[in-house]
Every structure is written in structure tokens, then in C-alpha cells.
Design a binder for this molecule. Structure first.
Ligand SMILES: *[C@@H]1O[C@H](CO)[C@@H](O)[C@H](O)[C@H]1NC(C)=O
Ligand SMILES: *[C@@H]1O[C@H](CO)[C@@H](O)[C@H](O)[C@H]1NC(C)=O
Ligand SMILES: *[C@@H]1O[C@H](CO)[C@@H](O)[C@H](O)[C@H]1NC(C)=O
Ligand SMILES: *[C@@H]1O[C@H](CO)[C@@H](O)[C@H](O)[C@H]1NC(C)=O
Ligand SMILES: *[C@@H]1O[C@H](CO)[C@@H](O)[C@H](O)[C@H]1NC(C)=O
Ligand SMILES: *[C@@H]1O[C@H](CO)[C@@H](O)[C@H](O)[C@H]1NC(C)=O
Length: 327
């Protein structure tokens, strides 16, 4: 019979192992535990969080629609519908977090609260909140970029935690570059009809020309620009102003009413001298934007930075007003 300890005379590998186990079982357990921890802990605290961050990095964010309304001097009502796409096999819950929106290399212009999401292959993220601008300057820089650009990159960044069942919460950085379409300098803006008003037709505010303006909006953004006024000029000579009351641009084509006060004598001089075909090269530049009588400097900065040129055929309007001109 083998003795457990000290080893019996018959010894042998089998009993030595058995002995070892009996004598050092706690030590082996410890070694096993340490080995397991050394493997498992880095997985839990290093590898999985890195995978989580990788997956967040690899996901894409697309803005489906945006609505900027109720502008005030300090902020706007922002509705943002976006979708985050991921091919990850992990489907963690992502905590609600504050995300900064900025243009590349610039200070954030607003902070928004991203709601908690359960990530899927396609996760809808809907933001509907009033946001205050971080600064008027930062937001004006943004609106000017939107006005001038065909496409622009918006940066969204924040820090949050993700939760996978049974694992500790993991810190991740959420940094996304979102490519969105801008208003592209209002290219394609056209005055599609005009009517000159004379005598008693002239509106109480002095408008003597009314018409419709077609404004294309290639972006996905519905934007309430307030009551907008524009400067009208020919060859840099001011000839009047136009008002686009309550101007809201929807994505796609917009047909909006315009009422203008123009200097008929100045226009008449142009069409009798330089533009005898009655097609005047009208320069339209932004002047002001107000809502409830309050000026909205961040929209004014954007529209003032932009000049649109429209070749306007005034002969039908002149003929309708009883002035025969052109060829
Ligand atoms: C995730 O992207 C950020 C840049 O946005 C980068 O600094 C970081 O190293 C990336 N992390 C991983 C784990 O890929
Ligand atoms: C997911 O995989 C498809 C097919 O490989 C690829 O086209 C798509 O860009 C991937 N999406 C993301 C968000 O990585
Ligand atoms: C924005 O500012 C106004 C006044 O300064 C304040 O009453 C309001 O709570 C602020 N809104 C947010 C979302 O911070
Ligand atoms: C502008 O509108 C007028 C009237 O509808 C049209 O005749 C003209 O072709 C348009 N111009 C452009 C550049 O689309
Ligand atoms: C401005 O237009 C929006 C819809 O485009 C309308 O809901 C709102 O009542 C209008 N506001 C004014 C002051 O006319
Ligand atoms: C806006 O229009 C007013 C009146 O025509 C004019 O005095 C002012 O210089 C214009 N402002 C801009 C920025 O064009």
C-alpha cells in the first residue's frame, strides 16, 4: 500500500503526483487563480474595453434629418435624427452623454444631450432639445460654413460608458466626423415672378414690387431663418431691399414670397441705358434676420457673407405696369 506521506516504498509517479496534490493543493489553487486572473483581468479591463472603443470608432454616424427652429439670440430648438451603424457583434448599452458639436479645429458651437441607446446594427438616435450656443461667434462661424459650403464636416465628440452584461462599465470616447450638405451659397436661387405695384397697389410697408423666389436647399436641414431682409443692387449700386417674411427653408426646393421696395427711377435708368433687353443682373445680399423683432446676428452673419446674382427679366413686370421697354 502507498503511504500518502512520506512516500511509501513503492513510490512511482502516480503517487508522487497524488502526494504533491495533497500537500500543496492550496498553492496550486493559488497559482491557478493567479494564472486565471492574469489572463482574465486584462481581458476584462483592457482587451474588451479596447474592442468596445474599436467598435465605437468603426461605427458610422449619419444625420438623416435636422430641424433648426424657434431661433432666439441665444439658442435654437434643435431636432436631430441620426443613425449609428455598426457591424459589431457586441450590442452594449451606451449611456446618455453630452456631445460637443464643432467644426474641425474650432471650439464647440453647441452641446447636445445624446440619449441612452441600446446599440444594434442600426441604432436610431433622436435629439429634440433647446440648445444655447456656447458663443455667438462659434455659432456664427458654423452658420457661415453651412451657408457657404457644398458639404462640410461636423465633429461630434463626447465621453461615455458602455455596458455589456456581466462586465464592468467601460469608458469610451465617442468621436465622429459627420459629413453633411450645406446650403452651397444658395446657388440656384431665382426670382421666378415679379409684379410691380403702383399707386394704391403699393403695400402699407412701402413695398412696390412683390414676387416669388425659388430657393433650393440641398441639405437635410429644415431651417427657420426668421424674417429676412436682403439688399438689392445692380452693378454695386443699391436699388432697394427685399423682405422674405418668416423664411423657413425645407430640404429641397422652396418657393417663398418676397416683397420689395425698389427705386423705380434707378431701375428705369439701367434698362434704358445699359440693360436695354430689360434683363438686369440683380445682386442679392443678406441684410438682416429677426424673429419677434429681435435680431439674430448668427443668421445675419451667414446671409451677409453671401451674394447671389440673378438675371432678372423685368420686361413683363414693366409691361404690366404700363411701361414699354426693351427688345
Ligand atoms: C479611436 O479613435 C481615436 C480617434 O478618434 C483614437 O485616438 C483611438 O486610438 C482609437 N481607439 C482605438 C481603440 O482604436
Ligand atoms: C459593415 O460591413 C459592410 C460589408 O462588409 C460594409 O459595406 C459596411 O461599410 C460596414 N459598416 C460599418 C459601419 O462598418
Ligand atoms: C439657455 O439659456 C437660458 C437663458 O440664459 C436659460 O434659461 C436656459 O435654461 C438655457 N437652456 C439650456 C438648455 O441650457
Ligand atoms: C429663373 O426663373 C425664370 C422664371 O421662372 C426662368 O425663366 C429662368 O430660366 C430661371 N433661371 C434659372 C437660372 O433657372
Ligand atoms: C412662420 O411659418 C411657420 C411655418 O413655416 C408657421 O408655423 C408660423 O406660424 C409662421 N409664423 C409667423 C409669425 O407667421
Ligand atoms: C441693411 O439695410 C439698411 C437700409 O437699407 C442699410 O442702411 C444697411 O447698411 C444694410 N446693412 C447691411 C449689412 O447690408
Amino acid at each position: 500500500m502507498d503511504k500518502v506521506y512520506p512516500p511509501g516504498p513503492q513510490g512511482g509517479t502516480k503517487s508522487r503526483v497524488k502526494n504533491h496534490c495533497r500537500k500543496f493543493w492550496w498553492c496550486d489553487c493559488l497559482v491557478l487563480i493567479i494564472v486565471v486572473l492574469v489572463i482574465i483581468l486584462p481581458i476584462i479591463f483592457v482587451a474588451i474595453p479596447k474592442i468596445a472603443q474599436d467598435e465605437i470608432n468603426a461605427s458610422t454616424l449619419e444625420v438623416i434629418s435636422e430641424e433648426v427652429s424657434e431661433p432666439t439670440p441665444n439658442g435654437v430648438h434643435l431636432k436631430l435624427q441620426s443613425v449609428i451603424r455598426s457591424n459589431s457583434s457586441f450590442h452594449p448599452t451606451v449611456d446618455s452623454f453630452v456631445a460637443a458639436l464643432s467644426l474641425e479645429g474650432q471650439e464647440p458651437f453647441v452641446y447636445i444631450q445624446i440619449p441612452e441607446t441600446k446599440s444594434k446594427a442600426e441604432t436610431q438616435v433622436y435629439v429634440d432639445q433647446y440648445v444655447n450656443f456656447t458663443s455667438l461667434e462659434a455659432f456664427s462661424t458654423y452658420t457661415k460654413a453651412v451657408m457657404g459650403a457644398e458639404t462640410l464636416n461636423m465633429h461630434m465628440s463626447g465621453k461615455t460608458q458602455v455596458h455589456l452584461q456581466g462586465l464592468p462599465a467601460m469608458d469610451v470616447n465617442f468621436n465622429k466626423v459627420i459629413s453633411v450638405k450645406g446650403l452651397n451659397k444658395l446657388e440656384g436661387l431665382n426670382i421666378t415672378s415679379i409684379k410691380l405695384l403702383t399707386g394704391p397697389q403699393i403695400l402699407p410697408d412701402g413695398s412696390n414690387m412683390i414676387g416669388t423666389v425659388s430657393i433650393p436647399n440641398p441639405s437635410v436641414t429644415t431651417i427657420d431663418l426668421g424674417d429676412v431682409t436682403m439688399n438689392l443692387a445692380i452693378d454695386n449700386k443699391p436699388i432697394g431691399s427685399a423682405r422674405l417674411p418668416n423664411l423657413t427653408l425645407q430640404p429641397g426646393d422652396n418657393s417663398v414670397n418676397m416683397q420689395s421696395q425698389i427705386d423705380p427711377v434707378a431701375v428705369f435708368q439701367f434698362v434704358t441705358t445699359k440693360y436695354k433687353n430689360a434683363i438686369i443682373p440683380l445682386e442679392i445680399s443678406g441684410n438682416s434676420s429677426t424673429r419677434n423683432g429681435e435680431s439674430l446676428p448668427y443668421y445675419e452673419a451667414a446671409i451677409q457673407s453671401n451674394v447671389v446674382k440673378v438675371d432678372l427679366d423685368v420686361s413683363p413686370a414693366l409691361a404690366a405696369a404700363g411701361v414699354k421697354i426693351g427688345g
